[in-house]
Design a protein around this ligand. Structure first.
Ligand code: GLN
Length: 489
C-alpha cells in the first residue's frame, strides 16, 4: 500500500531506508498499471528517465542527504501537460503541439528536481487549460476515480485524478480561473493556487498571463505546504514573480485553535443553483470552523456578479495573443500550404480544437479596434473593482470560505454541449484569479447519493498562504476527510 502514503509518510520511510526511491516509483507505476486504463490520467510516461532519477535519489539517500536539505528526495511527482520538462513531450493536450519535445525545464521542474523529486509523466488536461472537465483534451477524457462515469473536473483533471487514484504522491498543475481548485474539489484532494507572483511561470505554456499560476495537488494539507515551499520564490526569468521571502509554510501548521481568526462568508455567493449535497457539506464545514474557534463574519463582494463575464473577456483576449505563437513554423504540427499564410491557416485549423478556436475568436473580437473600449477596457476596470472588493473584505477577515464548485463531479457529456453551463462551474473560483489572491480547495465531505467528494474553498490575502494553510490544517485534523480513499485509489 506504499502508493497510498502521503509525502511526509513516504519521506519518513525513505529516510529510515525502509523503502527506496525506486520502490516508491514502482508503487506509482504499479498503481498506474492497475487503474489508469480506467482513470486515463496519464498521456505518457518516460519510464527509463523516471527510473534514472529514482536511482540517483537512492544514491543521495545512501549518502545521507536529509529531507532538511532536499524535502522531496525520492518522491515521485507528475506534471500537467502544460509544464516544460526537458527532453519530454509538452503538448497541452493539443494536436497542434504533436511531436514537440521541450528543450528546457520550467523553473518549477528545476526546483522540484533540486529538492530531490522524481519528476515523471505527462498528465491529461483540457486543451491549453481551457475547460472544466478534461473533455476538451484532444486525446481523451480523464475519468473520476470516485465514479468513472463522471469527469474529474478541469482543466487540470489529470492532476487531480492521478492524486485521488494514488498514481502519484503529488502533481503540479496550473490555475487560471479555477483549474487547480475545481478538479481538486471534484476528486477529493487538496489543490493550492498561490498568490499571483508567488511561483515562477517560466516554462509554463501561457494561457492568460495576468491570471495563470502554478500550484500543487496533494493528499493532505501538510504536503501542500511542503510543495509550496519548494516551488515558490522569485525567478529572474519571470518578471511577474515577486521577491517576497518564502516562509517555512509547514511552520504555519501549528495545530492551534483558530481563536482570534475571522473567516468571511460571502453574501453574494449565497446563490440558487447550488447542489443541496454541496450546500450541506459546506455549511457543516463552516460550523466546524466556528467550533475550532474562528469567528464567522458575513462579508460582501459587491462586484461578484460580474466576475464570470469579466473573466471570459480578459482570459480569451490574453489567450488569443498567447496562442498566436502556434503558427505551424516553430512548434509541433505543420500542415503544409502553398504559402506561409495558408500553412498557418491550415495548421491552426487542423491543430486547435473547438473550444480553443472559440476562445481565440472571442479574444480577437474583444480586442478589435471597434470593441476594445467597450469590452476589454471595461473588463479591466471591473477587474480592478473586483480586486478592491477582496482587499476591502480582507480588511475585516483573515480568510474567506465558500464552496469550491457549485456541484460535485458531473457526468461525462452532461455539460460539454453547453459552454455557458460549463463556464458556470468556475463561478466561485475565477474571482480569486482576477484579484490575484491565493486560494485552496480541500475535501469537506460527500454528497449523499451518489457519494461524491465536495470541496471547500479557502481564499486568502495576497501572500496570505500561511493563514489559509493554518486554517485548512486545523480543519483537516479535526475532520479527517482526506483519509477517505477513492474506489480506484
Ligand atoms: N475553466 C476555466 C476556463 O475554462 C478555468 C480554466 C483554468 O483555470 N485554466 O477558462
Amino acid at each position: 500500500m506504499l502508493h497510498r502514503l502521503t509525502i511526509s509518510q513516504l519521506t519518513e520511510r525513505l529516510v529510515r531506508r525502509d523503502v527506496s526511491a525506486r520502490e516508491a516509483l514502482a508503487a506509482c507505476l504499479g498503481q498506474i498499471e492497475r487503474v489508469d486504463g480506467q482513470v486515463k490520467a496519464f498521456l505518457s510516461i518516460d519510464r527509463a528517465d523516471a527510473e534514472a532519477q529514482a536511482g540517483a535519489a537512492d544514491r543521495e539517500l545512501a549518502a545521507g542527504i536529509t529531507p532538511a536539505e532536499k524535502p522531496l528526495l525520492g518522491v515521485p511527482i507528475a506534471l500537467k501537460d502544460v509544464l516544460c520538462h526537458r527532453g519530454q513531450p509538452v503538448g497541452c493536450a493539443s494536436r497542434i503541439l504533436e511531436g514537440y519535445i521541450s528543450p528546457y525545464d520550467a523553473t518549477v521542474v528545476s526546483k522540484l528536481q533540486a529538492a530531490g523529486a522524481v519528476v515523471f509523466g505527462r498528465l491529461n488536461m483540457d486543451e491549453f487549460a481551457m475547460g472544466s472537465s478534461t473533455e476538451n483534451s484532444a486525446y481523451w477524457t480523464t475519468l473520476n476515480p470516485w465514479d468513472t462515469t463522471r469527469i474529474p473536473g478541469g482543466s487540470s483533471g489529470g492532476c487531480a485524478a492521478a492524486v485521488a487514484s494514488n498514481e502519484a504522491f503529488a502533481t503540479i498543475g496550473s490555475d487560471t480561473g479555477g483549474s487547480i481548485r475545481q478538479p481538486a474539489a471534484l476528486c477529493g484532494c487538496v489543490g493550492f493556487k498561490p498568490t499571483y507572483g508567488r511561483v515562477s511561470r517560466y516554462g509554463l505554456v501561457a494561457f492568460a498571463s495576468s491570471l495563470d499560476q502554478i500550484g500543487p495537488f496533494t493528499k493532505d494539507v501538510r504536503d501542500a505546504a511542503t510543495l509550496l515551499g519548494v516551488i515558490s520564490g522569485h525567478d529572474r526569468r519571470d518578471s511577474t514573480s515577486l521577491p517576497e521571502p518564502v516562509p517555512d509554510y509547514r511552520a504555519a501548521l501549528t495545530g492551534d485553535s483558530l481563536k482570534g481568526l475571522r473567516i468571511g462568508v460571502v453574501k453574494e455567493f449565497q446563490i440558487g443553483g447550488l447542489d443541496p449535497g454541496v450546500d450541506l457539506a459546506v455549511k457543516a464545514a463552516i460550523a466546524n470552523l466556528e467550533g475550532l474557534g474562528a469567528e464567522i463574519v458575513e462579508v460582501s463582494l459587491p462586484h461578484s456578479d460580474y466576475a464570470a463575464a469579466t473573466y471570459y473577456i480578459i482570459a480569451p483576449a490574453e489567450a488569443s495573443a498567447n496562442l498566436a505563437r502556434f503558427d505551424g513554423i516553430r512548434y509541433g504540427l505543420r500542415v503544409d500550404g502553398p504559402d506561409p499564410f495558408e500553412l498557418n491557416c491550415r495548421t491552426r485549423g487542423a491543430g486547435f480544437g473547438a473550444e480553443v478556436k472559440r476562445r481565440i475568436i472571442l479574444g480577437t473580437s474583444v480586442l478589435s479596434s471597434g470593441y476594445h473600449d467597450a469590452f476589454y477596457l471595461r473588463a479591466q476596470k471591473v477587474r480592478t473593482l473586483i480586486r478592491k472588493d477582496f482587499l476591502d473584505a480582507f480588511g475585516k477577515v483573515d480568510a474567506i470560505v465558500s464552496p469550491t464548485a457549485p456541484t460535485a463531479a458531473f457526468r461525462v457529456g452532461e455539460k460539454s454541449s453547453d459552454p455557458l453551463q460549463m463556464y458556470l462551474s468556475d463561478i466561485f473560483t475565477i474571482s480569486c484569479n482576477l484579484a490575484g489572491i491565493c486560494g485552496l480547495s480541500m475535501p469537506c465531505g460527500f454528497t449523499g447519493s451518489p457519494r461524491l467528494p465536495v470541496g471547500l474553498q479557502l481564499l486568502g490575502r495576497p501572500f496570505g498562504e500561511e493563514t489559509i494553510l493554518r486554517i485548512a490544517h486545523a480543519y483537516e485534523q479535526a475532520t479527517g476527510w482526506h483519509r477517505e480513499i477513492a474506489p480506484l485509489g
